[in-house]
Design a protein around this ligand. Structure first.
Ligand SMILES: O=C[C@H](O)[C@H](O)[C@H](O)COP(=O)(O)O
Length: 223
């Protein structure tokens, strides 16, 4: 079983939680895309949902697959979201944002009653931090934020696409920051939130209901 198959197995398990009339958050990334494909099949077989995408890429995919969407500003809560992660611990602390979608993902997760994370078995860690923390910053504050990250003992680098800075859906920059293994994610999360110009970061704490991890040809649940 390879990691792609594990993502797919986890995605298939997660979509079993969908019911008629739910508002469903759609994650971003390769694991989420397996789930979106499964959701499209259920919709074409009559499942009645409305979906909120976490990125422009996911929105395009959902539209192409005829999944009905709803504007996030017309709703006050989301019943269930299926999203991926770059790292997770057994106590449901995550790093997200490898694809740059962390800000909308965090907002959607904050509105969500049941946040389901799907992952392959390579994403499980004892302590987060091997994967660099993605941090979204307004371009005006990029250098300031890099210096503030240094004060927090992190080494930040602006994410590039070739020769130009990667741009998020909000036209912001991403700083990928190496803090080593993070012993106190809550404290780091709070400190990053306090830096002016940083609009979001990829440490997710207290937002996840359940991780469904594909392992071999079955799933392991963390909740
Ligand atoms: O910005 C991207 C998201 O946080 C993804 O959910 C995360 O990077 C995991 O992506 P993948 O499922 O492709 O490993």
């Amino acid at each position: 079983m390879n990691l792609e198959q594990e993502k797919e197995i986890a995605a298939k398990e997660a979509v079993k939680l969908l019911r008629d009339n739910m508002i469903v958050g759609l994650g971003t990334g390769s694991s989420s895309f397996y789930a979106i494909r499964e959701i499209a099949k259920l919709v074409s077989n009559g499942l009645k949902i409305k979906a909120v995408p976490t990125s422009n890429k996911t929105k395009e995919l959902a539209e192409a697959l005829n999944i009905p969407l709803i504007d996030i500003n017309l709703i006050n809560s989301i019943d269930i979201t299926i999203d991926g992660a770059d790292e997770f611990t057994s106590d449901l602390i995550l790093i997200k944002g490898g694809g740059g979608a962390l800000l909308r993902e965090k907002i959607v997760a904050s509105l969500t009653k049941q946040e389901i994370i799907i992952a392959d078995s390579s994403k499980e860690v004892k302590q987060i931090g091997k994967f660099k923390v993605p941090i979204e910053v307004i371009p005006f504050a990029s250098n300031y934020a890099l210096n503030q990250i240094k004060i927090l003992n992190g080494i930040g680098k602006i994410r590039m696409t070739g020769d130009t800075p990667f741009k998020t859906d909000q036209a912001n920059n991403i700083i990928d920051a190496d803090f080593g293994l993070i012993s106190d994610p809550a404290s780091l999360s709070k400190k990053l939130n306090e830096i002016n110009g940083i609009v979001g970061h990829g440490i997710f704490i207290g937002l996840t209901s359940k991780v469904i991890m594909g392992k071999g040809d079955s799933t392991v649940i963390f909740d």
